[in-house]
Design a protein around this ligand. Structure first.
Ligand code: PLP
Length: 406
């Protein structure tokens, strides 16, 4: 079903911003997305009408806040099609979720010499926590290479799998290249090898349906702020059995059943992994963001964003000297690019003066930049509120800067 884009845009007050006298055209959605008014209002409403700590109170407001927080968890459960709502652990973001997993999984399952496989195209937050864990547990980190289009080399993945592979941790969509990885195939191969899989869906859930049961994922993470929700929110999904087996990472209030100085027993799921007071208003706001996405329909969002990606790719390639980094067959709405030898920072700064917000740099994916032998790229990433008119402005802006650099 075609989406009513002008109507959608009206729901995002920030899109009315004027930057250096020019209307804002925001193409930094892979870094963070804007929030529709209903999400902002929901967070405000929590603080104005519900504010109270959750789970521990007998009083009215505490019960109301607890209900709203747990309803948000159920919304996430339905959105990712988890079997149980207690398989959804609220975290501070994808980074928080991966650190939780790297610590708990490492403590619970990794022995010296065990292996974990990641890929060349991971965001630093799906590299560094595993490196740290490998150091602690004397485990080995292996890396799936990519080809020049920015796709995983699957034959090399096959060779890396071994009886020692405990976990495969890969991104669904690369934030720096836009590549959509063949998660079903990777999962099937990992499982056939007796390994578990964790999918970093930080750049996926806002564009494509991620059904954890259909894909048979063991773990999955994402960030709330990249799917129209508040910052400081995120999710770790894990299969019930695995989460039950795993040691908690952080200790504190709420994650315990009983505490004595001799011994502590842990609470049941999901509370075992949610020590301390969580981001109550943020998580409720994330539930509202999920309603926003679900009401538009992810399939509708995806087909509109695909249209934007195709259009932008075609128009970009008309610019002399344009080089797109990341030319996989299967891509989400992210274009990383360079023009001639113009430094991305220079181009990005000049585009900014035209009201065009793009990201420049290594995008927290330095191994990708090393692979392509470049210091960084410019990146335009699209959300459901972007338009072809905005893309035309961006293409004109890039052309103008290119001409200025001769
Ligand atoms: N994974 C991917 C693929 C990302 O693109 C990002 C952020 O850009 C992250 C993880 C980390 O997300 P956050 O900073 O919200 O924790």
């Amino acid at each position: 079903m075609p989406l009513n884009i002008p109507n959608i845009r009206e729901q995002f007050p920030i899109l009315e911003s004027v930057i250096y006298g020019k209307p804002l055209a925001y193409f930094d959605n892979a870094a963070t997305m804007h929030k529709p008014r209903r999400v902002v209002n929901k967070v405000t409403e929590v603080y104005e009408k519900l504010n109270s700590n959750i789970h521990r109170g007998v009083h009215y407001l505490s019960n109301q806040a607890t209900t709203a927080y747990e309803e948000a968890r159920q919304k996430v459960q339905l959105f990712i099609n988890a079997t149980h709502s207690h398989e959804v652990i609220f975290t501070s973001g994808a980074t928080g979720a991966i650190n939780l997993l790297a610590n708990s999984f490492g403590e619970s399952y990794m022995k010296p010499g065990d292996e974990i496989i990641i890929s060349t195209m991971e965001h630093h937050s799906n590299i560094v926590p595993w490196q740290m864990m490998c150091k602690r547990r004397k485990a080995v980190l292996k890396v799936i290479p990519i080809n020049k289009n920015g796709e995983l080399i699957l034959e090399e993945f096959d060779k890396l799998l071994s009886p020692k592979t405990k976990l495969v941790a890969v991104s669904y969509v690369s934030n720096a290249l836009g590549t959509i990885n063949p998660i079903a195939e990777l999962t099937q191969k990992a499982h056939a090898n007796g390994s578990l899989i964790m999918v970093d869906a930080a750049q996926a859930v806002q564009h494509i349906k991620v059904d954890v049961q259909a894909l048979d994922l063991d773990f999955m993470v994402f960030s709330g702020h990249k799917i129209y929700g508040p910052t400081g929110t995120g999710v770790l999904y894990g299969k019930e059995k695995l989460l039950n087996e795993m040691e908690p990472w952080q200790g504190g209030g709420e994650m315990i059943k009983t505490v004595t100085f001799e011994e502590t027993t842990y609470n049941e799921l999901p509370f075992k992994f949610e020590a301390g007071t969580p981001n109550i208003a943020g998580c409720i706001g994330l539930g509202e963001a999920i309603d926003f996405v679900s009401e538009l329909g992810l399939e509708n969002i995806q087909s509109y964003e695909d249209e934007l990606l195709d259009y932008a790719t075609k128009e970009f390639l008309k610019i002399p000297g344009m080089r797109i980094i990341g030319t996989a067959d299967n891509k989400a709405s992210v274009i990383s690019f360079l023009v001639n030898n113009i430094h991305p920072f220079d181009m990005g700064t000049m585009l900014d003066k035209m009201g065009l917000a793009v990201r420049t740099g290594h995008h927290c994916a330095q191994p990708i930049m090393d692979f392509f032998g470049i210091p960084g790229t410019l990146r335009a990433s699209f959300a459901v509120y972007n338009t072809k008119d905005e893309i035309d402005r961006l293409v004109q802006g890039i052309s103008k800067v290119t001409q200025m650099f001769g």
